[in-house]
Write a protein that binds this ligand. Structure first.
Ligand SMILES: [Zn+2]
Length: 103
């Protein structure tokens, strides 16, 4: 039985099947680099929080962005595609705001 990486809820406690998230484990003593591994989370929200913690650390007051901003970056989509920050998506967001309509 899996236990949620973020909140510790056991699998099967909720009706939804949960999801896996690919988090980066903090570099251990002796490790030269951090390792990515897959963990199970009970909900998308727990998966997002797990990803944010793995990226920025447990002290959320030290994060460069808020959890809401992190969630807006669609981190679950990113991990599914296994790609670095989606530049095209962010550029589309900023350009759509400055589109001028001419007739
Ligand atoms: Zn959870």
């Amino acid at each position: 039985m899996e236990i949620c990486h973020n909140c510790g809820l056991p699998e099967g406690a909720l009706r939804n099947p949960g999801r896996t998230a690919s988090v980066t484990a903090a570099a251990q003593f002796g490790d030269k680099r951090s390792r990515r591994h897959s963990v199970w989370c009970c909900t998308d929200e727990c998966a997002i929080q797990s990803l944010a913690i793995s990226k920025y650390g447990k002290s959320s007051f030290r994060w460069p962005i808020t959890l809401a901003q992190f969630r807006a970056m669609n981190p679950l989509e990113e991990s599914r595609k296994k790609r670095a920050p989606n530049k095209a998506y962010l550029e589309r967001l900023t350009t759509e705001k400055s589109v001028e309509i001419t007739y």
